[in-house]
Design a protein around this ligand. Structure first.
Ligand code: HEM
Length: 243
């Protein structure tokens, strides 16, 4: 029973973590886009579902954006990165089980994000809305994946480090740092200033600076770099010609 649970939920099967991340991402794309449709309707018909607090524009817009950014785009890109990583290193993942564990943690993170945002627990910092405990889940997931990825690269059979691998490794160095700084994670709910009851925020212009340090770099040093890593692998493979 115990080993069935372990094999089922924390599978050691080669490629399973990449597949599970991508499948999860697609599920979140469908859910997130459906929420996007409601957000869009509300823009032209503001009274639509207006009297239900957890369905008001201010609550479901961040559910849509966080759902797409953390649920869809991050998960599908992490899955692609894990796939590309094993192809380019010619070895199995250092720990398939660890990557599958992070896959569950990440799904839990997105579910908790939807629930907390629907309850109005929102730091009011665009794209950095998640409350401090969820910031910790993001950082835990990123750190465990970084460990798994770097250990895989260390054990590689292919001597050359192809450009995609540099982009993947770079993404997993920068994103934890950008997330930590941009979400002011050193200010906890027990160690915070007024106006930030959930921790993880400065005040005034200082907060605007770190908020948009995050907002811009999450695109430039996470979504872009992971996308570039995948395309530098997938383009030559599908076109059957080197770069
Ligand atoms: C049927 C699909 C979708 C619909 C109907 C939809 C609808 C919307 C709406 C109405 C907004 C609010 C705009 C505002 O507040 O001014 C929005 C914002 C946003 N959506 Fe979507 N969306 C969809 C799919 C996606 C996908 C697939 C992604 C990510 C890959 C995404 C990412 C975003 C982002 C980042 C924002 C904030 C952008 C901004 O306000 O400038 N959306 N979406």
């Amino acid at each position: 029973m115990q080993s069935w649970l372990l094999n089922h939920f924390l599978s050691d099967e080669e490629g399973s973590a990449a597949r599970n991340f991508i499948l999860s991402g697609v599920v979140w794309l469908i859910i997130g886009s459906a929420v996007g449709v409601v957000v869009a309707i509300k823009m032209s018909a503001p009274d639509f579902l207006g009297s239900i607090p957890w369905l008001t524009f201010g609550r479901i817009r961040p559910i849509h954006t966080n759902g797409q950014l953390f649920g869809w785009l991050s998960m599908v890109q992490i899955g692609l990165a894990l796939y590309v990583l094993t192809k380019l290193t010619r070895v199995k993942l250092y720990s398939e089980r660890l990557a599958n564990l992070v896959m569950w943690v990440w799904n839990l993170l997105v579910v908790l994000a939807v629930i907390t945002l629907a309850l109005g627990m929102n730091q009011g910092r665009e794209y950095a809305e998640l409350i401090w405990p969820l910031d910790i889940l993001v950082l835990t997931g990123l750190s465990l994946l970084a460990y798994d990825i770097f250990m895989t690269v260390l054990r590689r059979q292919e001597r050359q480090i192809y450009v995609s691998l540099w982009y993947i490794m770079g993404s997993f160095v920068w994103m934890p740092l950008i997330y930590f700084i941009g979400n002011v994670v050193w200010l906890t709910p027990w160690n915070t200033g007024p106006g930030a009851p959930f921790g993880g925020a400065l005040t005034g212009v200082n907060d605007a600076n770190v908020n948009w340090f995050y907002g811009h770099n999450v695109l430039g040093l996470w979504f872009t770099t992971l996308g570039v890593a995948s395309i530098y692998y997938l383009l030559p493979v599908t076109a059957r010609t080197p770069l």
